[in-house]
Ligand binder design. Structure first.
Ligand SMILES: Nc1ncnc2c1ncn2[C@@H]1O[C@H](COP(=O)(O)OP(=O)(O)OP(=O)(O)O)[C@@H](O)[C@H]1O
Ligand SMILES: [Mg+2]
Length: 626
């Protein structure tokens, strides 16, 4: 690392420390006061020890007796200094700890809150592993130097005090101090500069190692089924080996510098003894002075290390801070409006897309985003069900995201009951529209908590009603603890179809007036899927107001239940009408629906045959597919 960057790191590191002090000024003042008290007591202890030697020990040796008053005075002074030192250490440690952990907690909160404020587009560009380390290790790294900071500040004050007291004692001894203290300081600076890149490398590798681990655990199924255990292990072992080497190189440097940092003050003491004996013989100083100064050099060595600790942590702190700030300064959050949209009696909402164009932000800012939706217009009238059909990649999920305002259109408008969704408050939007995403997400919590999500006013009866509508009451009732059953991380203890129905029940429990189902029942067998949709459409749902439904679907039985079908290809609305009309008039639509049905039949034939579950043989299928 060039020294220019190093100096830069020092400046920026001090700026980060400055920010910490501005955020926690009172705690910092307490810690520094404690530390300064400690430093002054270190100096005082050296002089008291010197005085004790000069006034107690030497007379005792020379005359064989000591005045009791002197003895008591010396004992009291030593005791008093010890007490003040303890108080100083206590204040410093407590203050530094409070400051460090408070800052960590505050910034963890700020970072995670920011994650939730930032738009989906931002999350698309940032890996989960990075987000985890931003909130965890980067926040910690940013505030690492806070722990030794008060100690270091107190030590600086102590060094100034020590040099001053040396000058008061004897100029020759002061010169020794002036040579040794800066040398000690310089050695610390060199040490931390050498250490910085090694620490940074170790920190980066740590993040990479945990990233790889995270990915392989997450993809455990893929790793196992594709027999990639060996490669994954090798990939992990390679990076873990690099981390080991990086940490060893940190240790080696420590091995070289730590003894030097220990030795330098000892050399100082030696120089003091040589120069001091000479000055003693000249009569310039007394025995007490010599002992004081020699003692001072031995006790100063340790606190000076604190300055090195702070300097050594600065680069890591700056790197961590940069990453934390990248999150805090990230822009593009979606400001919410202040309009509410909650009629006294809940009625289904009307969703309308008007000339909506949309492009995902490119991975690199300078590239143009490719248009995903072009002038999409359609309406889901109040209480109606509209099916969104189109080949994979056509933009169905994108439309679903726009409908509940996970993203905003590049141009055009999305309205709910005639109000632009951008004008609604977050709460009103959440109450009005619910999305059941293509990939269900289940929290590591109970079934009940997964459905209520701590939203107020959802009773167990409501939960069961929602589960019934989602055709999930049966399997939940069969779980060992019913609603209190823990479902495991990401719902690992549930089948794919069960997970989907749980997330559907979650959406229903909020009694939305618009329900957006993005292929939300694809893992549920076709008969149940159609039954769910039929149930949702029925007006007489106890406890749940009827909702308008926008449903992304493939299955004939499901699509046929919709009042209208919007057929899209490559981000454009190609045709709209009833299922029957589109089947008759739009070749692409007929091909898609038939091909999907064919695939389902083949899949059903590969599996043990279950006539009940076969879409072609189910009574419901026959009934709706006319
Ligand atoms: N986060 C993203 N960043 C960039 N492009 C994206 C992103 N998500 C989707 N796309 C692109 O946008 C287009 C539409 O994607 P979308 O997910 O809306 O399709 P879909 O119709 O839901 O497909 P599927 O039936 O497979 O779910 C695709 O070309 C896809 O590659
Ligand atoms: Mg999709």
């Amino acid at each position: 690392m060039a020294s220019g960057t190093n100096r830069d790191v020092l400046g920026r590191g001090l700026a980060v420390l400055g920010r910490a002090i501005r955020e926690q000024p009172r705690i910092f003042a307490v810690a520094v006061t404690g530390s300064v008290l400690f430093g002054l007591m270190v100096i005082a202890s050296a002089y008291v020890v010197g005085a004790v030697v000069g006034d107690v020990v030497v007379p005792a040796i020379e005359r064989g007796s000591v005045a009791t008053g002197t003895l008591v005075l010396a004992a009291t002074a030593l005791f008093g200094i010890s007490v003040l030192r303890v108080v100083g250490i206590f204040g410093r440690r407590l203050g530094a700890g409070y400051m460090q952990y408070r800052l960590q907690a505050a910034y963890r909160r700020r970072v995670t809150r920011r994650y939730l404020e930032l738009p989906l587009a931002w999350h698309h560009r940032n890996a989960t592993g990075t987000l985890l380390s931003n909130a965890n290790s980067d926040v910690e790294a940013a505030w690492y130097p806070i722990a030794p900071l008060p100690f270091a500040v107190g030590t600086l004050v102590m060094l100034v005090g020590a040099v001053a007291s040396l000058f008061v004692t004897d100029w020759a001894l002061a010169l020794v101090g002036l040579a040794v203290f800066p040398a000690l300081f310089a050695l610390n600076v060199v040490y931390s500069r050498r250490m910085a890149p090694r620490q940074a490398r170790a920190q980066r590798l740590r993040a990479e190692v945990s990233g790889i681990a995270h990915e392989s655990f997450d993809g455990a199924l893929v790793v196992k089924t594709t027999g990639r255990e060996a490669q994954e292990t090798a990939r992990f072992a390679g990076r873990a080996g690099e981390l080991r080497d990086a940490l060893i190189s940190v240790g080696r440097l420590r091995g070289v510098f730590d003894p030097m940092l220990e030795t330098l003050p000892s050399l100082g003491t030696l120089a003091v003894l040589v120069v001091g004996t000479f000055r003693l013989r000249q009569g310039a100083i007394g025995v007490a002075d010599l002992v004081s100064v020699a003692f001072l050099f031995t006790v100063l060595a340790f606190p000076v290390r604190a300055i090195g600790w702070v300097l050594a942590e600065l680069p890591r702190s700056v790197a961590g801070w940069d990453r934390v700030r990248r999150v805090l300064d990230a822009t593009g959050e979606m400001p919410y409006g202040d309009r509410e949209l909650d009629p006294a009696t809940p009625t289904p909402a009307t969703l309308a897309f008007r000339d909506v164009c949309f492009a995902y932000e490119p991975a690199e800012a300078h590239l143009p985003g490719t248009e995903v939706l072009g002038e999409v217009s359609f309406t889901v009238p109040a209480g109606r069900t509209v099916a969104l059909v189109g080949p994979t990649g056509a933009g169905k999920s994108t439309i679903a995201s726009l409908a509940v305002r996970l993203v905003d259109p590049r141009s055009g408008t999305v309205t709910l009951d005639g109000v632009d969704v951008r004008d609604l408050t977050a709460a009103s939007l959440a109450r009005t529209a619910a999305l059941v995403a293509q990939v269900p997400f289940v929290f590591d919590d109970t079934v009940r908590a997964n459905i209520t999500l701590d939203r107020p006013g959802i009773s167990d009866d409501d939960v069961w009603a929602a589960l019934r509508l989602a055709e999930a009451d049966g399997f939940v009732a069969a779980l060992p603890d019913g609603l209190d059953t823990m479902v495991g991380e990401r719902g690992t203890s549930l089948s794919g179809g069960q997970r989907q129905r749980l997330t559907l029940a979650r959406a229903l429990a909020g009694r939305p007036r618009l329900l957006v189902l993005d292929d939300a029942t694809s893992a549920v067998d076709p008969r149940v899927e159609a039954a769910i949709l039929a149930g949702l459409r029925a007006a007489d749902r106890p406890g749940t107001p009827p909702a308008s439904i926008l449903v992304v679907a493939y299955r004939r039985a499901t699509i046929a239940l919709a009042d209208e079908v919007i057929y899209i290809e490559q981000g454009r609305v190609v045709a709209r009408g009833t299922h029957a009309e589109l089947l008759a008039t739009v070749p692409g639509y007929a091909d898609l629906v038939t091909a999907y049905e064919q695939a389902e039949v083949e899949r059903a034939q590969e599996q043990p045959y279950d006539a009940e579950a076969d879409p072609l043989h189910s009574g419901l299928e026959m009934e709706v597919d006319r």
